[in-house]
Design a protein around this ligand. Structure first.
Ligand SMILES: Nc1ncnc2c1ncn2[C@@H]1O[C@H](COP(=O)(O)OP(=O)(O)OP(=O)(O)O)[C@@H](O)[C@H]1O
Length: 299
């Protein structure tokens, strides 16, 4: 059940929002979609879901298009949340579940399980408008997953939530993946993708600038980060050959270096100069990679 995009393009008049995008999203994995505002993420999701026609290219899931006949297998958390404020949580979820072919009795069992899990069982009979924004978002999430979809598309699921609720939602998403769902989500925050996704894509102006397995993306980037904490001055390391960037911190310095060999040379240089509390060679962060590929600060 691979989700495949082949040379997908979307034009709005003369403007190209998605430009010749080809991706393969593996089954039962979590795939991260990153990109600045307007990069084309939501447009891509809408095309995947068949809510928007593409201007060219092919989209298939398990070799077939996604349309009305597959809607019971697909879940979508849209970016613009769309619950009915006057409806009770229970009526809303049952209605949406039934639209996707789930019997009412089963939907109610699922709803109760989710409300317990999100620690809001008392909201079952409340109107949506009576809930806080974060809790409305949890209900919207339940609406996307209540019918147990095999493919789940989440447009910025973590935005607007406090840290406790972000963790709660993350755990829920991870559990769904472990139960066999394929999950695609977009985020403006790279650390969410870094923590949760095996594969990812960074979109920039409608095209992927980085695409592949997270580990491989980091490895092939080449550059590493070196963190040094010491009780003697380290600023001069900013000019050391092979150092790309340097940032002084409270405890020492953080360097971006061309490769591991630079760390070895730096260690030789500083040994004997005083007490070194930390000398740590680290993989680049997705943020480092994004800044290099797209050329501006992001988060
Ligand atoms: N219906 C539309 N008509 C015209 N332009 C559109 C339409 N929908 C999207 N666009 C444009 O396409 C581009 C991509 O928009 P999209 O919503 O896909 O970006 P995004 O990556 O999801 O951004 P964000 O992070 O802000 O949600 C934007 O420049 C947007 O203005």
């Amino acid at each position: 059940m691979v989700l495949k995009l082949e040379h997908v393009t979307k034009r709005f008049g003369k403007f190209t929002a998605v430009d010749d995008l080809s991706l393969e999203i593996p089954e039962k994995e979590m795939f991260g979609f990153l990109g600045a505002n307007g990069a084309g993420k939501t447009t891509t999701f809408r095309m995947i879901l068949g809510l928007l026609d593409s201007s060219g290219g092919q989209i298939s899931w398990d070799g077939k298009p996604i349309n009305y006949s597959t809607s019971h297998l697909v879940g979508y958390l849209p970016e613009e949340r769309g619950l009915y404020p006057k409806l009770k949580v229970r009526d809303q979820i049952v209605y949406l579940a039934r639209l996707r072919g789930m019997p009412k009795s089963e939907a109610l069992i699922e709803l109760k399980t989710w409300l317990e899990r999100f620690k809001i069982p008392e909201y079952e009979n409340k109107k949506v408008e009576e809930l806080s924004k974060g809790n409305q978002q949890k209900i919207q999430f339940i609406a996307a997953v209540v019918h147990k979809p095999k493919l789940l598309i989440l447009d910025e699921p973590f935005s607007g939530l406090d840290p406790v609720n972000v963790e709660m939602l993350k755990e829920a998403v991870i559990a769904l993946k472990e139960n066999g769902a394929t999950i695609v989500f977009s985020s403006h925050q790279m650390h969410h993708v870094e923590e949760m996704c095996e594969h990812l894509c960074i979109m920039h102006k409608g095209s992927p600038v980085v695409y592949g397995a997270l580990k491989e993306i980091k490895r092939s980037f080449g550059k590493k980060n070196l963190v040094i904490h010491a009780d003697f001055p380290l600023e001069s390391l900013g000019n050391f050959p092979g150092v790309v960037k340097a940032k002084s911190t409270m405890e020492g310095i953080q360097l971006q270096i061309e490769g591991e060999y630079v760390a070895e040379k730096i260690l030789k240089e500083i040994v004997g100069k005083g007490f070194i509390r930390k000398f740590s060679l680290e993989e680049p962060s997705l943020n480092d990679i994004f800044i290099e590929k797209v050329g501006n600060s992001y988060e």
